[in-house]
Design a protein around this ligand. Structure first.
Ligand SMILES: [Cu+2]
Length: 69
């Protein structure tokens, strides 16, 4: 299913790459698109994906992530 995260604090393509690489490494995640301008990550994931851990990890990078769908 499609998941969306609003991610505040990304300032350049390096930030985007960091989030993208992390999400792509999650087993059930595919089709990751991270958009700097829209401050958004859109991807496909299993319904039972551990979103809480993903958000905590992204926040650990210094960003502020919030699930929007
Ligand atoms: Cu950056």
């Amino acid at each position: 299913m499609e998941k969306k995260l609003n991610i505040q604090g990304m300032s350049c393509q390096h930030c985007v790459g960091r989030v993208k690489k992390y999400l792509e490494a999650i087993e059930t995640v595919s089709e990751v698109h991270v958009d700097l301008e829209n401050k958004e990550a859109v991807f496909n994931a299993a319904a039972n994906m551990d979103m809480e851990t993903a958000i905590k990890t992204i926040n650990g990078f210094g960003f502020t992530a919030k699930e929007t769908s």
